[in-house]
Structure formats: structure tokens, C-alpha cells
Write a protein that binds this ligand. Sequence first.
Ligand SMILES: NC(=O)c1ccc[n+]([C@@H]2O[C@H](COP(=O)([O-])OP(=O)(O)OC[C@H]3O[C@@H](n4cnc5c(N)ncnc54)[C@H](O)[C@@H]3O)[C@@H](O)[C@H]2O)c1
Length: 255
Amino acid sequence: MASAPGVLSGKVAIVTGAGGGYGESYSRCLAEVGASVVMSDLHAEHLEAAAARLTADGLDVIATAADVTDRDQVHAMVRAGVDAFGGVDILVNNAGLMAEIPMDIPLAELSLDWWDRVLRVNLTGPFLCIQAVVPEMKKRGAGRIVNQSSGGAFGPSGVYGVSKLGLVSLTVTMAHELARFKITVNAIAPGFTNTEAALRALPAGMESVLDQLAPLKGQGSPEDVHGALLLLTTPAGDWITGQTLNVDGGWVMRI
Ligand SMILES: NC(=O)c1ccc[n+]([C@@H]2O[C@H](COP(=O)([O-])OP(=O)(O)OC[C@H]3O[C@@H](n4cnc5c(N)ncnc54)[C@H](O)[C@@H]3O)[C@@H](O)[C@H]2O)c1
């Protein structure tokens, strides 16, 4: 645990894409330091199972299914948080398409359908979620927004990389716009992490290569990124906005 117990007591967080992998892990991380968490995902069945695991451990969470590309569903998700917990302080834009994307097709040959689909979920989704939470954060007098980008944004990674670098740009512009409301907007760019979805997308036999990918070696897990999440959502991060934090064992080193 990288932060004091109870540091987020009284705070309400929304985590999208919380039906497993990073989203479930991030929800657990925030709830374990006192936040009440609205877990949301497109896939209701996975979401209910993930929320049940956290509830069984005594954590304060609710599950609300929503498609982040649908403005009405996004607003209903935010409303569910307000109704259950009285407001919204933290948004973690984690939902995204990654493992599903056909990475073997060169970008120059990718169908418009895939291009649109990836940008809609990975970039338009976070945009809609931010638009929906800002009025609630203004009522609270402050807010924290964390966008889940990727190390893939900083190298050739097809439409996935395009969408995740777009998220970095969205982070900067929103951070600039929202600073006067004491709402910070930052991004985390993890390296390859051994979630079920990421491992499923790996070509057979690649697992051991991953151990050597980053200078610090070894495969990352979502828990390795909890420190960054806590920094950006707790008072330790009060004066940080518009930043993208690479958390990846040194895989991407930016000046
Ligand atoms: N695992 C990695 O190596 C890695 C590295 C860098 C960044 N990321 C990012 O982390 C996030 C989570 O990745 P993961 O590895 O946990 O994969 P994952 O597939 O388990 O998580 C993505 C979640 O988003 C949900 N989702 C997809 N479309 C949605 C929509 N339209 N509305 C709402 N929810 C939707 C899925 O149901 C899923 O639960 C993604 O944004 C991914 O790009 C992952």
C-alpha cells in the first residue's frame, strides 16, 4: 500500500472498465484507502462478478453497467454515483479496447470500422465521461481525473497508439481548462501488464520475451501501477496536473 489508510475516506470515485483487469484492480486500490467506488463496465456479467469480489472483502462499491461511448449511459452512470454516495470526486477513465484490436493489420490497410471503433471507445469515451463528471466535481469544489493511456502511445502501435496519444492530448487540454475549478487531469501510461486480456492477445511463446522488455525486467501487474494512481488521486498530487506518468519498468523513457 503506497498511501495512508483512509486517505480517500469520504471521497467518491468512478472507475470505468471495472469488470476485470486494471479496472477491478484500480477500484480495489481506491476502495482500500477509503473511497466509495462506482464500478462501471460495458459487460454487466463481468462487472457484477468483479464488484461482488470487492464487496465480499468489505469494500464500499456499487456496480453500474454503462457503455462509455453512449452519452446517456455515461450520464446515468454518474447519476448512479451521486444517488448512491452524494457526489463524485474522482474519475478513472480506464475502459478501453486493446486485446480485441487486430494488430496484425497495417494501419494503412485497417478498415474505417476498426479505426472508428477504437477511437470511439478509447478517446471519445473518456471525453464523454469527463464532460459528465465535471458539473459534479464543480459542486464539490475540486476533482481528480486520471486517464489510462499506454506506453504504446509513444511508439508505433497502430490505431491503439493513436487513440492513447490522443488521450495524452485530451489530458493536457482538459487539465488547462479545468485547473481553475481545482480539478486536476493526469494520465498514466503503463507498459505491458499481465492482465488476462493482455496475455490473451499475446502471440504464443512471447511470455518470456516480456520479462526482458523493460530495463527493470520482469512483467508488470496492475498492482505495480497503484502507486501512480494514488499519487494522482490523493492530496500528495495536489499540485500535479496535465502530466502523463509512464509506469513500465523504464520501457519508455521520455525527457
Ligand atoms: N494490460 C496492459 O498491458 C495495458 C497496458 C497499458 C494500458 N492498458 C490499458 O488499460 C486499460 C485496461 O486494460 P486491461 O488490460 O485491464 O484490459 P481489459 O480488456 O480487461 O479491460 C478493458 C475493460 O474495458 C471494458 N470496455 C470495453 N469497451 C467498453 C465500453 N464501450 N464501455 C465501457 N467499458 C468498456 C471491457 O469490458 C473491459 O472490462 C485499457 O484502457 C488498456 O488500453 C493496458
